[in-house]
Design a protein around this ligand. Sequence first.
Ligand SMILES: [Mn+2]
Length: 266
Amino acid sequence: MSTYAVGDIHGCFRSLRALLDEVKFRPQHDTLWCPGDLINRGPDNVETLQLLMDLPNLEVTLGNHDLHFLAIAEGIATIGQSDTVSDLLDHHRLPDFTHWLRAQPLLVAHPDETIVMTHAGIPEIWNLEQAKRLAREVEQHLRGANWRSFLKNMYGNEPTMWRDDLETPQRLRLATNIFTRMRYYRHPGTFEFSHKGSTAPEGFVPWFDHRHPELDKTTVIFGHWASLGGVHRPELAGLDTGCVYGRTLTALRLEDKAYFSVPSQL
Ligand SMILES: [Mn+2]
């Protein structure tokens, strides 16, 4: 019984299949953790979601591409040139896909709280309790009757500074951006959501250069940042190794922190 964390799949079904074969994944015994961006940009989104939805032991956190797909499916966002989700939109199971995605969380914590997963990471401004509470708040809106309003309100890079007294629309947008799009951060609480590269904008550092003291011993699993080429540190695992850009798909076995990877098969 092992647990493997794999990110960011982006509809790269063949690479996922190859990686699961490589680690001899046994669906009835082993557990898969996916830090999001399950779909979009890559070729086989239907096959990817069907594989994941059929797994008996799966933990997922939503990524920005998963949320963007929900907005496209609802007609809230228009499909862009780099979006490859037509296979999902044209599929007779589309309602199942959106229903399943809406039920997924933004943050997953191991029962003993030694391992936490979100798509982009956890900023130093929140301890685990605060991060969990905010994730649950966003999830409630995504699952609730007004979920279309939530998706409409989700887009945009403002506000950039977290305050506990932010009004609901701004609070939800910034919390969602932090959980799903965060890369660069300036102490003590400012975020930069437009920079994608591995060189920081002036005054900013990667979010993980700062950490809440209570999360010192917690392993944070994240994806989202392909240009870093993977981050392997004792209490930090950045698992996006750019599979959809033709590089590799990476798995981390949580029990012994062993890494596995396969070349991208697009
Ligand atoms: Mn992402």
